[in-house]
Design a protein. Sequence first.
Length: 326
Amino acid sequence: MSQAITAETPLLQVSGLTVRLRGLQDVAPVVDDFTLNLSRGESLGFAGESGCGKTTAALALMRLLGPGLELSRGSVRLGGAEILDLGEREFDNIRWLRVAYVFQGAMNAFNPVITIGDQIVEAICRDKSINRARARERCQDLLESVGIDGKRADAFPHQFSGGMRQRAMIAMALAANPDVIIADEPTTALDVVVQSEILDLLNRLQVDRGLTTIMISHNLAAIAMTCDKVAIMYAGRIVEMGPVEEVLGHPSHPYTRALTAAAPRSDQDFRAIEPIPGAPPRPDEPRAGCAFAPRCSFSKKICTTQQPELRLTKGVRVACHLVEEL
Ligand SMILES: Nc1ncnc2c1ncn2[C@@H]1O[C@H](COP(=O)(O)OP(=O)(O)O)[C@@H](O)[C@H]1O
Ligand code: SF4
Ligand SMILES: [Mg+2]
């Protein structure tokens, strides 16, 4: 069902998205009540420790969940139109064409015996209206747009450095000129200099093409460099979301505070880094109230019995019973 579209309608509207372990209704969802809006050209970072549901939330937007997981409820609107209700064939006109995904570690997943150019051409030809000759030209343009000489299209993956493979992977995601691009840990496994080149590239693409971007990263500095907004995820739920300077500069939620205190900064003595004790709960571990309570030094009785909802406080959404006191 479509809604009335106005100039203010966000490009991407996600509401109540909930993903469960398949067939296990009694254990906590892997992604719980995930809700956000993104306008055209906006960039959002997903941060949080490993296992907090960042990848699963993003894959659910593409309807690419693994066999052990199921979408239990929620809505995803693109340009005002619901896309979760579409049949698989109709959804094929959305996936890759309007929303593209750079998978974690994908730069190492190029087929080693096919040239980079041929693999990008294949991705361009997902759009059936483009013939191969045109796709070849477009492949060269795409490579140039990510900072690779178009003549290198004939190279095999092993002839590219890690940074170049990641650029080529981003070019591949741009193949069909999507509105939204999701990049899952795009700089993990790259050295620091190359990381910052990839982040600059993502920034430039976002501005030049008006792309809406979602960047998943456990690296808060990378999110601060590339994103307008950030959503901090813990145990499958967004616990804090708002403008990146506000959330990372003046974190409100105890988990965001702990994450920022645990993040290495170039201007800081590494001895000042405070690791967060313990680990996030697995979906099958029993829990009550706030999932962060066992690790939270501010926890009170209410925290162990009632789950805090996301509430808007001073321009930032925070899910913590004590946000005003803290
Ligand atoms: N295909 C799957 N089947 C079962 N459990 C999964 C599957 N994918 C992820 N999970 C579980 O969902 C939780 C969230 O995982 P994930 O989304 O990969 O987190 P993150 O990206 O934040 O590290 C983890 O507990 C993980 O073990
Ligand atoms: S609700 Fe309670 S336990 Fe959860 S983060 Fe806030 S203070 Fe800590
Ligand atoms: Mg992940």
